[in-house]
Design a protein around this ligand. Structure first.
Ligand SMILES: Cc1cc2nc3c(=O)[nH]c(=O)nc-3n(C[C@H](O)[C@H](O)[C@H](O)COP(=O)(O)OP(=O)(O)OC[C@H]3O[C@@H](n4cnc5c(N)ncnc54)[C@H](O)[C@@H]3O)c2cc1C
Length: 540
């Protein structure tokens, strides 16, 4: 049944974490907000679900670092029950020859020294360089990038001021620091890391960050940026650390939902949007799958921009060249995700459990060199998946006993590379189990006995990620983090300020700057744009 005109100021399409953050900030500014979510639960890719009787896990996103501390503070997420704990060891990389690398507070340089005294000596300088670049990115991530605006308008003046502020920020850096930033924005991770180090496992540890969600060889230009993207986070004040949200990633989005609801946001689940309502070139509501219309003075889309513009807009509402470009928005993460119920902890041949279990709290990376990672990509391009895939394994139950019955464990496998679309017209539905078996066999090579400990499993191919979470092409970032889709080009040059091509239409999801990951930043920045436009009566 249709509701009255403009019952809400803003209707948000999708209740992923960015939509929730956007909603909370809008409500703090006094706006009336309605969220409509297609799934039964809020949280998008950041949810905790039971995937096997008695076993719960963060079924998609699984590790915390990028979530911005300002957002945690502003939304009072701790007061709404969020607790994030650090891993006791950050990373563990076993090799099949029995060697291994551990990265842990105060221990990493000594570990690197087992392989190369020169690399151990350079590690502090490498970290200083990465910290400097991450500090700049952290700063840029909290604001809209400069946007292309034409004509003699107030908006153009605003853009000039913003561009000036950015230039001013960069002016504070030494020329060599600007060169480093440029390297990280343009070079391949492989070239960047080869210039620093000679140890394969060390380069693989950082190289993994460059291929996460990025369907590319680590030697592809631009992959160094993805490495940096995974370095701008922090856990409980410790920069570039990764941790675990007690209760899983769903604990983050449940806390966000509580924060938003406390501020008056109305959230409706099981409410897929079929179409955005457009009247006189203005977005002013949504039509739900059941035919109901929810009107708002503005609409903010938390969904992938390609999904928004090619799937949810009425015909003829968009400029043709805009739509043509949006159809080419590249979405392909090449990831395969598994959740496993385990009867016991795995024991790695390189560092058996009998010698301690702290390394099992870490991100365990199976992918011992950049060359291995490059082969994985080329194999997947040719065959659909690599016979030697790259896997990050996490066992969150080592830090959180709420996830599985006593004595048992849960593990996440985040597997790269697989082809988003299989070659020769093959379907993921027919090959999911083969690839899932391959992933378990791969872990078995490093941890004999692992396969026998698997009590149950959930396997999510790129197609499953699309169908379950609405992630177009299975893309975990709502669009590849490549140079042509970043910063002022996210999601398109001229539309990087969170405003779409129609009045009252905004982007508040990961398809906007600064991109994917559980950051909350696109939601935070979009809310700012919406609040500013409301002040200037752009859509009232
Ligand atoms: C397998 C996997 C592993 C990952 N690992 C990590 C990690 O460890 N750490 C990390 O920081 N990031 C990780 N990421 C990335 C991160 O989870 C995402 O980039 C982020 O969650 C996206 O948030 P979002 O709010 O922008 O969008 P989403 O979470 O995608 O939310 C969009 C919402 O819109 C809804 N929706 C879609 N269509 C409609 C419609 N028609 N009507 C109404 N609602 C609709 C969806 O159901 C969804 O709830 C991972 C992602 C995946 C998939």
């Amino acid at each position: 049944m249709p509701v009255g005109r403009d019952e809400y100021d803003v209707v948000i399409v999708g209740a992923g974490h960015n939509g929730l953050v956007c909603a909370a900030y809008l409500a703090m500014a006094g706006l009336r907000v309605k969220m409509v979510e297609r799934r039964r639960v809020v949280g998008g890719a950041a949810v905790t679900e039971e995937f096997h009787p008695g076993f719960r896990n963060s079924v998609a996103a699984y590790a915390v670092s990028l979530l911005n501390p300002k957002i945690i503070r502003d939304l009072r997420l701790h007061e709404h029950g969020l607790r994030i704990v650090e891993r006791r060891v950050q990373n563990f990389l076993p090799a099949v020859d029995g060697s291994y690398l551990l990265a842990a507070e105060g221990e990493t340089a000594r570990q690197i020294g087992k392989f190369s005294a020169a690399d151990a000596g350079r590690y502090a300088a490498f970290n200083r360089e990465l910290d400097m670049a991450a500090d700049v990115l952290r700063d840029l991530a909290l604001r809209a990038p400069p946007n292309l605006a034409s004509g003699f308008t107030l908006r153009r003046l605003g853009e000039l001021i913003r561009t000036g502020a950015l230039a001013n920020r960069l002016r504070r850096l030494r020329p060599e620091q600007v060169r480093i930033l440029f390297d990280l924005a343009t070079k391949s991770a492989g070239e960047f890391l080869d210039n620093w180090f000679e140890t394969d496992l060390l380069k693989a540890m950082h190289g993994f960050d460059a291929v996460v969600g990025n369907y590319a060889s680590p030697y592809a230009p631009g992959t160094a940026y993805v490495l940096l993207h995974h370095a701008f986070g922090e856990v409980n004040g410790r920069k570039r650390s990764w941790g675990h949200a007690l209760g899983g990633m769903g604990a983050i989005t449940q806390a966000m939902a509580r924060a938003a609801q406390t501020l008056g946001v109305a959230i409706e689940t099981d409410a897929p949007v079929a179409e955005i309502v457009v009247e006189r070139d203005r977005a002013c509501g949504v039509v739900l799958g059941d035919g109901r219309v929810i009107r708002g003075r503005a609409v903010a889309a938390n969904v992938n921009p390609r999904l928004l513009y090619t799937g949810l807009m009425p015909g003829g509402a968009l400029p043709a060249e805009f739509l043509a470009r949006m159809r080419r928005w590249r979405c392909e993460s090449g990831t395969f995700r598994m959740n496993l119920a385990l009867s016991r902890l795995p024991s790695f041949a390189a560092l058996p459990t009998s010698k301690g279990t702290d390394h099992l709290t870490s991100g365990i990376i199976l992918g011992p060199s950049l060359g291995y990672m490059e082969r994985a990509f080329h194999d997947a391009r040719r065959d659909g998946w690599s016979r030697e895939p790259i896997i990050e394994m996490l066992i969150p139950s080592t830090l959180d006993d709420s996830l599985s019955p006593p004595g048992t464990h849960v593990a996440s496998l985040f597997c790269h590379h697989v082809a988003p679309q299989l070659p020769d017209g093959k379907s993921w539905s027919d090959h999911r189990d083969t690839v899932a078996d391959l992933m378990i066999d791969t872990v078995e090579r490093y941890a004999p006995g692992f396969k026998a400990s698997v009590l149950g499993r959930q396997a999510l191919s790129p197609l499953d990620l699309e169908e379950t979470f609405g992630l177009t092409g299975g893309d975990i970032f709502h669009g590849a983090l490549s140079l042509d889709q970043l910063f002022w080009a996210r999601p398109m040059i001229g539309y990087a300020d969170y405003r779409g091509p129609l009045r009252g239409l905004y982007h508040c999801g990961s398809g906007a700057h600064p991109g994917g990951g559980v950051t909350g930043l696109p939601g935070h920045n979009a809310a700012r744009a919406i609040i500013r436009d409301r002040r200037w009566r752009v859509w009232t």
